[in-house]
Design a protein around this ligand. Structure first.
Ligand SMILES: NC(=O)c1ccc[n+]([C@@H]2O[C@H](COP(=O)([O-])OP(=O)(O)OC[C@H]3O[C@@H](n4cnc5c(N)ncnc54)[C@H](OP(=O)(O)O)[C@@H]3O)[C@@H](O)[C@H]2O)c1
Length: 273
């Protein structure tokens, strides 16, 4: 089976393609049309965006140009932090639908665990009941945020998307998600483009005759994580789905765990909301 065809089941019975395309910083100026065209042609059916990326209109245009049937696509968006108060979140959901030109969103996430995260969750639950959203989840939530939400949620989160890559393996958060039946999704899987700078990854790329990006993606895929590598370059979009023809050995997975820990993005422990 091609990695692009592999799906993971959520706790609500819906399925997510395990490999998708990230779109942060992807705009008309930086090649969104060509990236999306290459992705759809290659067989990607899962696309990740967010209000804060400011590209939802452009993404809708780029998707339309491919003539793909909407039902074949799995689209994720996220409610930005300044819209987490209940009434703002309700309005944000309608704005996202409008910008993406969709009548439902496959997966909608709370982008960061702001102080108003539970109000935002209530708006998400209502959007599911209203048929505007199929599945709801969280992003950048830590163990304590998950525990708090699990206590009050009428609909449980299906997924947690957080910075997760060979240099930030987040063992205890991954285990906590799995204990709560929450799918784990990695952002920054390519160490946000810095995979070329990590000795162990470069060494394994030579050994397997693959690119450093493909080694990182294979690592995450073997661990069962959803991945959404982003590239503005069509040839990289294609390459980033070409990691189904090899398997990292147990020894090489262990070797990857010797990488010195490094966080590239903001730390949810010290995020200024
Ligand atoms: N929930 C959150 O808070 C959150 C935060 C960050 C990201 N995300 C999501 O996760 C997605 C992925 O994360 P990310 O974009 O930060 O990082 P990423 O996918 O790990 O890395 C993207 C970077 O790697 C480069 N790249 C892509 N393919 C490559 C290849 N084959 N070889 C070498 N370099 C390559 C890209 O440059 P080029 O474009 O020039 O190829 C870009 O600079 C985002 O696009 C977004 O959808 C979510």
């Amino acid at each position: 089976m091609k990695v692009l065809d592999k799906k993971i089941e959520f706790n609500d019975g819906n399925f997510i393609p395990q490999v998708g395309l990230g779109t942060s910083k992807l705009t008309k100026q930086s090649g969104i049309v060509d990236s999306i065209a290459a992705a759809i042609k290659e067989g990607y059916r899962h696309i990740d965006t967010a209000q804060i990326y400011g590209n939802q209109n452009q993404l809708a245009e780029a998707i339309k140009k491919t003539n793909i049937n909407r039902k074949e696509l799995f689209i994720t968006s996220k409610i930005w932090n300044s819209d987490h108060a209940y009434s703002d979140a309700v309005k944000a959901i309608d704005r996202i639908l409008e910008e993406l030109e969709l009548d439902y969103i496959d997966l909608l996430l709370v982008h960061w665990p702001t102080p108003k995260r539970l109000e935002c969750w209530k708006a998400l639950e209502e959007a599911v009941e209203a048929g505007k959203v199929k599945s709801i989840g969280i992003s950048n939530f830590l163990e304590e945020h998950i525990d708090e939400l699990m206590k009050v949620a009428k609909i449980k989160p299906v997924i947690n998307q957080f910075e997760l890559h060979p240099a930030l393996p987040c063992h205890s958060l991954v285990e906590h998600c799995r204990k709560n039946n929450i799918v784990v999704e990695s952002w920054g899987t390519l160490i946000r483009g810095k995979c070329f700078e990590v000795e162990q990854i470069v060494e394994l790329a030579k050994k397997y005759n693959k690119t450093p990006a493909q080694i990182c993606l294979r690592w995450a895929y073997q661990l069962g994580y959803v991945v959404i590598p982003k590239s503005s370059k069509p040839e990289r979009v294609v390459d980033n789905s070409n990691f189904g023809d090899f398997e990292l050995t147990k020894e090489d997975m262990d070797y990857i765990s010797t990488i010195k820990e490094y966080r590239d993005g903001p730390d949810p422990n010290n995020f200024e909301f």
